[in-house]
Design a protein. Structure first.
Length: 209
């Protein structure tokens, strides 16, 4: 298993190094290109996952009145409540733990982990990109840009209630800013490129809805 992982990371490293050479030594441009390419390649897959997750969410919303009735009816019998709740889920095709969605996440995680590792190691190949003096250090302007992209992504997310959208505006943005301000600008570029593709994905999903 370790050999497979090392071979995969090695392949990504070769591609990344080739891109750096192709762009005349620009590590930043290579990071943006390889990050965007991977996200775009996975876009059809991730869109299907998002649509499936959205449908499950819609089913759960429709079931809320019946779930509340079950809670009142069997509040003194937790075991019966669980049984009746699962029956209701099966009747309407709802799965709290969607195997396909979880499987899709686990398939994508190694890809992004390998890409993250390659970019982190590749930052040492070069330092400057645009206004960023050192890709190995955090950059305030880039942090602000990534925070703004997080806000746009929340606005573009389809099918959210007003309350949910407000939560997605506040909490993820704060967490993103705290995290990004501590990581290298090279990894920040990776985050920014991924966020742009994520926004495009949300726009496509809104049109489908």
């Amino acid at each position: 298993m370790n050999d497979i992982w090392m071979s995969f990371v090695g392949l990504l490293t070769l591609v990344f190094t080739w891109l750096v050479q192709l762009f005349g030594g620009s590590v930043g441009l290579a990071i943006i290109t390889i990050s965007s390419s991977v996200r775009i390649a996975l876009l059809p897959f991730s869109i299907r996952m998002a649509i499936r997750a959205r449908k499950q969410q819609e089913i759960l919303q429709k079931l809320q009145p019946e779930l509340e009735q079950l809670k009142k009816r069997y509040q003194s019998n937790p075991r019966r409540l669980t049984e009746e709740t699962l029956k209701l889920y099966r009747r309407y095709g709802y799965s709290p733990f969607n195997v396909r969605t979880l499987g899709g996440i686990f398939i994508q995680l190694p890809i992004f982990a390998g890409l993250y590792s390659v970019i982190r190691n590749g930052i040492t190949l070069g330092n400057r990109f645009l206004w960023i003096a050192d890709l190995a250090k955090p950059d305030f302007i880039l942090t602000v840009i990534i925070g703004a992209l997080t806000l746009v992504s929340a606005f573009a997310a389809p099918g959210l209630s007003h309350q949910s959208r407000n939560m997605m505006l506040i909490v993820p943005t704060i967490i993103t800013l705290i995290f990004v301000c501590q990581i290298s600008s090279g990894l920040g570029l990776y985050w920014a490129a991924s966020s742009v593709i994520g926004i495009a994905q949300n726009i496509v999903l809104r049109k489908k809805n």
